[in-house]
Design a protein around this ligand. Structure first.
Ligand code: NIG
Ligand code: FE
Length: 412
């Protein structure tokens, strides 16, 4: 099946040869072709270029994209889409003056979601989660990482990971699964952290590996959650099962976590609302990418990741949604890109690079996703008629998407 998209006003993120990621000043350059064509062969990008080089062929389907922008779908490398119920009461509690930390200390937060998750059946969790997945795909996400971490029991964590596996089997988007047993200490282990980490390492990980339920391992490295030493134990254990680390770190405080993650060759360090000069130094010359989550900063009113400082230091940066019931009940990547521009002073070019090719890198998917490159997945956003692609972040609350194409087919 051949689909030929013609008269594209501007085709974004066109790369003849694929790159793994873009860093520092390279992020300001977003390669594009104006008045372009794009040829899809089944689920793969087969050709692209300026309209005057458009091949004369009898394609099965021709789409006229006059006035429209076409870009690769968003690569959302950090989400917690699988959860049970909601936490809207905590939202109101925060409006009334409580902080995220105070709510967590009262038994709310992650433990609140864990209670709900463990009380809900796998089928029901699947039903709730698939609606969120469908929503994010319709808003332009074509590859997504989903974490466990609201089970915090052997059964609960396995249940979440099985739901992720089922979503991956039933939906055309690419899903990467991350085991986040080290998200918080259950109350029963409050005074005995080592015993919970033993449970993760000796009970959860072997079962997860046996059922091939995870691609990556995560921990919440933060004051009051998992210490550097505890997170190092988790990263080492994950490595034995081939699970590379993607770590929540520097959300509220900095406790030298980033250097531990780099030492263990983590694929990504996520959040980084608080970043020191030392953190930036250790990230240089590493293969670890920083992932910023601006809609989390927006929703719980915490600082934004200092993107400018990091790009000026030559670092790569990815953007992701962090979709979860506590700190970011939204997986809208258009909003993420807009907020990165508005609040983190990233240019539209930088933000789009961060949410496509660099997001792909943060999930180990650069070879197949994140750019318009021959041989990559035919995953595309076709916008409504626009003046320019700057309107994508400029109209920050509008849905400017006309069609989302996943694997060469329109996602209904
Ligand atoms: O990425 N910071 C840790 N984990 C999530 C929030 C978890 C929750 O509050 O449910 C985050 O923000
Ligand atoms: Fe998160």
């Amino acid at each position: 099946m051949q689909t030929l998209i013609i008269n594209i006003k501007e085709l974004l993120q066109t790369r003849e040869t694929s790159v793994l990621k873009v860093s520092g000043s390279e992020m300001a350059i977003l390669p594009t072709i104006t008045n372009a064509f794009l040829l899809l062969e089944n689920d793969t990008i087969a050709d692209f270029g300026p309209m005057d080089e458009c091949p004369k062929l009898d394609a099965d389907k021709i789409v006229d994209a006059s006035g429209r922008i076409v870009l690769p779908t968003w690569c959302d490398s950090h989400t917690h889409i699988v959860y049970a119920g909601n936490r809207e009461q905590e939202f109101v509690d925060r409006i009334n003056g409580l902080t995220y930390e105070e709510i967590a200390n009262r038994g709310g937060g992650i433990l609140n979601s864990a209670k709900k998750l463990n009380e809900t059946s796998e089928d029901e969790i699947y039903e709730q989660s698939k609606k969120r997945l469908e929503e994010v795909i319709s808003k332009g996400t074509g590859a997504v990482e989903i974490k466990s971490g609201y089970g915090l029991t052997v059964e609960g964590e396995l249940k979440m990971l099985r739901v992720i596996k089922k979503l991956a089997a039933n939906y055309p988007v690419t899903i990467k699964s991350t085991f986040l047993g080290a998200h918080a200490f259950p109350l029963a282990y409050k005074e005995n952290h080592a015993a919970y980490i033993d449970l993760i390492i000796n009970e959860m990980l072997p079962k997860i590996a046996e059922e091939k339920l995870a691609d990556y391992i995560d921990a919440f490295l933060e004051t009051g959650y998992f210490s550097v030493t505890e997170t190092e134990r988790i990263m080492e254990a994950g490595k034995k099962y081939g699970l590379r680390a993607k770590i929540h770190v520097n959300q509220f405080t900095t406790i030298n976590g980033i250097s531990a993650c780099v030492k263990h060759n983590a694929l990504s360090v996520d959040h980084l609302e608080i970043v020191t000069e030392e953190d930036i130094e250790v990230l240089k010359n590493s293969e670890t990418i920083a992932v910023a989550l601006p809609s989390c900063s927006y929703f719980i009113s915490i600082p934004y990741t200092p993107a400018r400082k990091m790009l000026e230091a030559g670092l790569p940066l990815a953007l992701a949604s962090d979709f979860n019931p506590g700190t970011t009940p939204s997986g809208n990547m258009n909003f993420v890109v807009a907020t990165a521009c508005i609040k983190m002073k990233m240019t539209p070019e930088e933000a789009i690079n961060a949410a496509t090719i660099n997001g792909a890198y943060a999930m180990g998917l650069s070879a197949t996703h994140g750019s318009i490159t021959i041989g990559k997945k035919a995953n595309l956003i076709i916008t409504k008629p626009l003046n320019s692609f700057y309107e994508i972040p400029y109209c920050f609350a509008s849905n400017l998407i006309e069609q989302v194409i996943i694997d060469g087919k329109k996602f209904a």
